[in-house]
Structure formats: structure tokens, C-alpha cells
Design a binder for this molecule. Structure first.
Ligand code: Z5A
Length: 210
């Protein structure tokens, strides 16, 4: 593990992506690697503004295609400002969601045609696909229960995507599994029903074996 790698974490709500980003970052830092932790949408000041616009539901009237364009614009900026410079320095970049989320949420579950999703990916991401992507897989009802508990027993309003029905979340799960099947060299499916520490062990094993 001499130079940095671009690692992304994908999956449905409450699958444990943010938790695993933190655990892997700690482990890499303990091994003296430089690590940048980031997320999508977000990662830059402008990206966080677009995040607020999208997750508040204000952009919903643009429809899934308009939202896909906004996610992609934020992504292109994030790559230019944060991800590429970090990789050029030799740092590791751990990103909570990336372009597979656009393919799953706006594409498979949202109905934007695969050709349009691929075109957006070519424009926003080009050759900067992740070296490795962990797909954290679990039944959506378990993930949604976890996020409701984390948000204080459901007292907080769900965001634009958390508020979608179970059918949408099941379509998402199937979409992530399909992406992993289509791109087995990049994607690793993890059983996210396991304890946090067990998932973290699976992540670490994949990182060291490479
Ligand atoms: N979106 C999109 O539509 N298109 C795109 O292109 C992109 C994104 C990039 C971002 O929201 C939203 O944007 C997202 C998709 C959409 N939809 N929503 N909502 P976000 O970043 O706020 O939310 P998220 O990405 O879905 O993450 P999350 O809900 O915060 O979940 P998570 O990061 O996967 O899980 P966590 O925060 O690590 O864990 C959740 C809770 O479960 C927490 O209390 C943990 O302590 C607990 N946890 C974690 N792991 C475990 C295990 N293994 N066992 C038990 N409990 C656990």
C-alpha cells in the first residue's frame, strides 16, 4: 500500500457507510497514511450548498433528471477541488457515496435512462472512477430503522430520499447489487447486517489484499 487510493462506500440509508468511512480512516491513519474523508453530495462549500438544496426537497420539482444534473455538477467540482488534488499528493480518499448513488437513486429507482446516467458520468467523472467501492447491503427496513433511531426516534423530519416509500428503497438495493455484479473488479458487496466491527474487518481485509 504505497500510494493513496480512491475508495467509495455505497448502499441504502443507514447501511453504515459513514461509520465505515470513519473506522477505515482511523485504521489507515494508525498505519501512518494520509487520509481525506469526504462525502457526496458535499465535500466543498459549494457542494454542501447543493446538498442542502437537494436534500431539503427544494430541487424535487426539477425531477430526477434535474437532480442528477445537480448531483453531477457538485461531483465535478468535488473531484477538481478535493479528490484529484488529494490523490495527486498520494493521500487516500474515502468518500461516502459517489456516482453509483446517481445511477441507483436517479437512474434505477428514479427512472432516468441508463444512457443519460452514463453520459453524465462521462462528463462529471471521466477517468476518475474509484479504485474500490464497498457496497453495504442490507434490507431497507433495517437501514431505515437505524437512521430513524439515530435521528432521535423519528422526531427529526426525514430528508427528500429517506421519505420515499419502501418500494423505492427496495429498487435501490437491487440497483446497487446490479452495479456490483456488472463491475466486479471495482465493487465489493459487504453484509451490512453484521456488527460494525465485523464489517470493518471485511473492509480492511479487502484493502490489504487489494
Ligand atoms: N443521493 C442521490 O440521490 N444521488 C447521488 O448522486 C448522491 C446522493 C451522491 C445523501 O444523504 C442522500 O443523497 C442519500 C442519497 C442521495 N439519501 N438519503 N437520505 P445522507 O448522506 O444524509 O444519507 P445517507 O448517505 O443515506 O447516509 P445515512 O442515512 O447517514 O446512513 P449511513 O452513512 O449509511 O449510516 P451510518 O450513519 O454510518 O449509520 C446509521 C446508524 O446505524 C448509526 O446510528 C450507526 O451507529 C448505526 N450503525 C452503523 N453500522 C451499524 C451496524 N453494522 N450495526 C448496527 N448499527 C449500525
Amino acid at each position: 500500500m504505497t500510494t493513496g487510493k480512491f475508495i467509495t462506500f455505497e448502499g441504502g440509508e443507514g447501511a453504515g457507510k459513514s461509520t465505515q468511512v470513519k473506522l477505515l480512516a482511523e485504521r489507515l491513519r494508525d498505519a501512518a497514511y494520509k487520509v481525506v474523508e469526504t462525502r457526496e453530495p458535499g465535500g466543498t462549500r459549494r457542494g454542501e450548498e447543493i446538498r442542502e438544496f437537494l436534500l431539503s426537497g427544494e430541487a424535487k420539482n426539477f425531477g430526477p433528471m434535474g437532480e442528477a444534473v445537480l448531483f453531477s455538477a457538485a461531483r465535478a467540482h468535488h473531484l477538481n477541488e478535493v479528490i484529484r488534488p488529494a490523490l495527486e499528493r498520494g493521500d487516500w480518499v474515502l468518500c461516502d457515496r459517489f456516482s453509483d448513488s446517481t445511477a441507483a437513486y436517479q437512474g434505477a429507482a428514479g427512472g432516468v435512462k441508463p444512457g443519460l446516467i452514463r453520459a453524465l458520468e462521462r462528463v462529471a467523472v471521466d477517468r476518475n472512477m474509484p479504485d474500490m467501492t464497498f457496497i453495504l447491503d442490507l434490507p431497507p427496513e433495517v437501514g431505515l430503522k437505524r437512521t430513524a433511531q439515530r435521528n432521535g426516534g423519528g422526531g427529526e423530519r426525514p430528508d427528500r430520499f429517506e421519505a420515499m416509500d419502501l418500494h423505492f428503497h427496495e429498487a435501490l438495493r437491487a440497483a446497487f447489487l446490479r452495479i456490483a455484479e456488472e463491475q466486479p473488479r471495482r465493487c465489493i458487496i459487504l453484509d451490512a447486517l453484521q456488527a460494525e466491527s465485523a464489517v470493518a474487518e471485511d473492509v480492511w481485509e479487502a484493502i490489504v489484499t487489494g
